[in-house]
Design a protein around this ligand. Sequence first.
Ligand code: CDP
Length: 219
Amino acid sequence: MRDIKIITIDGPAGAGKSSIAREIAKRFGFTHLDSGAIYRTIGIACKKAGINLENEKEVLEVANKIKIELKDGKVFLNGNNVTEEIRTPEGGMLASKVAQFKEVREIVVKILRELAKGKKIVIDGRDAGTYIFPEADLKIYLTASPEERARRRYKELLEKGFNVSFNEILKEVIERDERDKNRKFAPLVIPDGAVIIDTTEKNLEEVLLKISELINFRN
Ligand code: CDP
């Protein structure tokens, strides 16, 4: 295995980034950093605070005040476990709203770089390979058709017991993609040098195999 310290996995909503990153971390002994979880937590915190999510100043005030911790795959907001709560479709929408703001992103990047210090990490997100860790050793861009991504998200939510409609999920996935690709600061783009993997017709194991090969053999 070549000397890899940082692996980034970027891509649109529901491409499988988190599941893949978690599994790669387990197999290769890396720490998994889920950058979306932090945006989701800030989004939920803003909702709890009852502020206007379009108002950058108000969002920033909340983001500066709260304490976010990532521990053993769990997420804590001011000491409370919000791991499940942030995973709702609403959590995703709230996240993509607060993620538009430059200063909010700067807070998140600081948290992530701090968490990564001295560790081998695999991080998934939208700007992991472009803005958070442009120096990453291996950059992956995971994608799939919007319908396939919505189908996976739909299945996942049904399994968790949520009462959701496929069309609603597809609409949200597309809306979130648009917002993430078109924001001014650190938008979702394919990082320079990234290996693009289209997972539309691939299962988890096939994607893991491909990334494992890249980790083991790529120079
Ligand atoms: O799992 P999924 O791809 O649906 O979402 P996520 O990775 O938890 O991210 C939720 C939202 O946070 C995204 O739609 C982005 O708006 C935002 N995000 C971001 O802007 N930058 C990141 N590095 C990670 C997430």
